[in-house]
Write a protein of this length. Structure first.
Length: 219
C-alpha cells in the first residue's frame, strides 16, 4: 500500500484528491494538512511514502516546505501538484530535488501514474512541462558564446555569480537561499568564497566590484 499525505490549503481540493486516489486499491491517504508548516510536522511524524504538495499556501509555501523536508533528510518523496505551468517553478523545484511535478488540471490517470512512478524510484514531470523544459535546454545548447564567460577572470562559478547578483540587489542570506533553492548555510559558504576570490571584506565591496567589472551585468 502506497501511503500518501496531502498538503493543500483548500479543503475541497484535498477531499477531491483523497476520493480520487483511494479509488485505487494500492494507494491510501494517511494524512492531510492545509499549510506547509503543518504539513512538514505530519510528514516527519508519519513518514509516508509520498507527499502531494501545492506551492501557494499560507504560513509556508510548498517550495519552502520541500527545502525543509530535504534538509531534514526526510525519506518521503515529494510530488508538487500545482496550477503553476511556468518553467521557473518547475526548475526551482527540480533544483531542490523534488521527485515529481504535476499540474492540477491534469487527468486523474496522470496523477496516479506520477504517484506510482515516484514510489518506484523514478522522477516524474508531466509531459507538457517536460516538453517545454527540453525545448528550453535545446535553445540554450544552440546558443554560441563569442566571448569569455562573465566572472571567468575572478574564477567565479555560475552559482557564485547568481549569489553575487542577489547580494547586489540587497537580499539577505535567507532570501538568497529561497530564491536559489539552497540552504542558508550553503549561501554563507558561497559568500565566503566570493569574498576570497574578489579580495573584498564585505557585501557592499563585493556588490561594487561586481557592478564596476560588469560581472553581474548579464545575469
Amino acid at each position: 500500500m502506497i501511503q500518501v499525505v496531502l498538503i493543500d490549503d483548500h479543503s475541497m481540493v484535498r477531499e477531491g484528491l483523497k476520493q480520487l486516489i483511494e479509488l485505487e486499491g494500492d494507494i491510501q491517504v494517511v494524512g492531510e494538512a492545509n499549510d506547509g508548516e503543518e504539513g512538514i510536522k505530519k510528514v516527519l511524524a508519519m513518514k509516508p511514502d509520498i507527499v502531494l504538495m501545492d506551492i501557494n499556501m499560507p504560513k509556508m509555501n510548498g517550495i519552502e516546505a520541500a527545502i525543509q523536508l530535504k534538509e531534514a533528510n526526510s525519506s518521503t518523496k515529494i510530488i508538487i501538484l500545482t496550477l503553476h505551468n511556468e518553467l521557473e517553478y518547475l526548475k526551482k523545484t527540480l533544483n531542490i530535488g523534488v521527485h515529481g511535478y504535476v499540474l492540477k488540471d491534469a487527468g486523474s490517470d496522470i496523477l496516479i501514474e506520477a504517484i506510482r512512478a515516484v514510489y518506484e524510484g523514478e522522477k516524474y514531470v508531466q509531459s507538457y512541462m517536460a516538453e517545454q523544459l527540453n525545448q528550453k535546454v535545446k535553445e540554450k545548447d544552440s546558443e554560441k558564446l563569442t566571448s569569455s564567460p562573465i566572472g571567468e577572470k575572478e574564477g567565479l562559478t555560475k552559482r557564485e555569480i547568481q549569489v553575487l547578483k542577489l547580494i547586489a540587489e540587497g537580499l539577505l542570506n535567507k532570501e538568497i537561499g529561497y530564491e536559489l533553492c539552497i540552504s542558508e548555510k550553503t549561501v554563507k559558504n558561497h559568500i565566503s568564497n566570493i569574498f576570497k576570490k574578489l579580495d573584498v571584506n564585505d557585501r557592499t565591496q563585493a556588490a561594487v566590484y561586481a557592478i564596476k567589472h560588469h560581472i553581474i551585468e548579464l545575469y
